[in-house]
Design a binder for this molecule. Structure first.
Ligand SMILES: [Zn+2]
Length: 247
C-alpha cells in the first residue's frame, strides 16, 4: 500500500544555528524559499546568501552592465526583509555558469568562511519534474554546492584556500535542495509568508519585466499557491519543501 500523500514530507531538522544558501541568481531564493528563511531568522538562526551571479542576463530590456548592479541592490533589499544581512556574489557570468573546479572552489571557500551546519541550494536536476527543463546555471550551481559540502571538509582539496586562512569545515550536517521534484522534508510557510511576499516584491524590476499583473497580487498569488500545493504533502499546512541530503 502506498503512503498517503499527506504524510509524505518529514519536518526539516531544527537543531542548527547557521545556514548558507548558495544559488545562481537574484530571486532564486525568493521564488519559494524565503518564507522558510524568515521563520528561521526569527528563531535566532543566522542565514547567509551567496549568489554565483548578479543576474545580469535576466532582463531582456536591460543591458547587463545596467542590470547587474540593479539586481544586486534588489537582492540585498530582498534578503534584508527576511533577516539576512550578509549577501555575497561570486561573479560568475549569468547564463553561462560552468560546473567545474573553479565554481566548486568558490563555493567551498564560502562554506569555509561561514561554517554552516545547513547548506541550501536550488534544484540541481535537469528538469523541475516532468518536461519542465531547468536552466544550466541552476544545474551547475546546485551540483557544485552539493559537491562543495564535502570539498569544504577535506584539507587536501583546494589547499590554496587553507593557505589563505580558510581552514577545512566538516560541520555541514545537511544539504537541502529547494525546488526539487522529489522533496523529502518541509517547513511551515505561514509564519514567514508575509515577509516572503515582500521579499519577492523587492525584485521590482524583474517582476515588472515579467508580468503586467499588479506586482503584489502576482507575488502573493504565486507564493501562496506554491506553499498550499506543497502543504498537501505536509498535513495540509502550507509549506516550503526541500530534498534533504544528510551527511
Ligand atoms: Zn535562477
Amino acid at each position: 500500500m502506498t503512503q498517503p500523500r499527506n504524510d509524505r514530507l518529514e519536518p526539516m531538522p531544527g537543531d542548527w544555528r547557521r545556514a548558507l544558501a548558495v544559488v545562481a541568481h537574484p530571486d532564486d531564493l525568493e521564488y519559494g524559499c524565503a518564507a522558510a528563511i524568515a521563520g528561521w531568522t526569527d528563531g535566532g538562526r543566522d542565514v547567509v546568501y551567496v549568489l554565483a551571479t548578479r543576474g545580469e542576463a535576466g532582463i531582456d530590456s536591460l543591458e547587463p552592465a545596467v542590470c547587474g548592479p540593479l539586481r544586486e541592490r534588489e537582492q540585498r533589499a530582498s534578503a534584508a526583509v527576511v533577516g539576512v544581512s550578509t549577501v555575497e556574489f561570486l561573479d560568475h557570468r549569468d547564463g553561462v555558469v560552468e560546473y567545474g573546479v573553479a565554481l566548486r572552489r568558490d563555493i567551498t571557500a564560502a562554506i569555509r568562511r561561514h561554517r554552516p551546519e545547513l547548506v541550501l541550494t536550488l534544484n540541481h536536476r535537469d528538469t523541475w519534474g516532468g518536461v519542465a527543463w531547468n536552466t544550466p546555471d541552476h544545474v551547475a550551481v546546485g551540483r557544485a554546492t552539493l559537491d562543495a559540502v564535502a570539498d569544504a571538509g577535506n584539507r587536501w582539496i583546494f589547499p590554496e584556500l587553507a593557505a589563505q586562512g580558510l581552514q577545512p569545515w566538516n560541520g555541514v550536517r545537511w544539504a537541502a535542495v529547494a525546488g526539487s521534484s522529489t522533496p523529502t522534508h518541509a517547513v511551515e510557510a505561514a509564519p514567514g509568508m508575509e515577509r516572503a511576499v515582500r521579499s519577492l516584491l523587492e525584485h521590482r524590476t524583474y517582476i515588472r519585466a515579467l508580468t503586467d499583473d499588479d506586482p503584489e497580487t502576482y507575488a502573493r498569488t504565486f507564493l501562496n499557491a506554491q506553499a498550499e500545493a506543497t502543504g498537501e504533502g505536509f498535513g495540509g499546512r502550507p509549506a516550503v519543501a526541500f530534498e534533504l541530503f544528510s551527511r
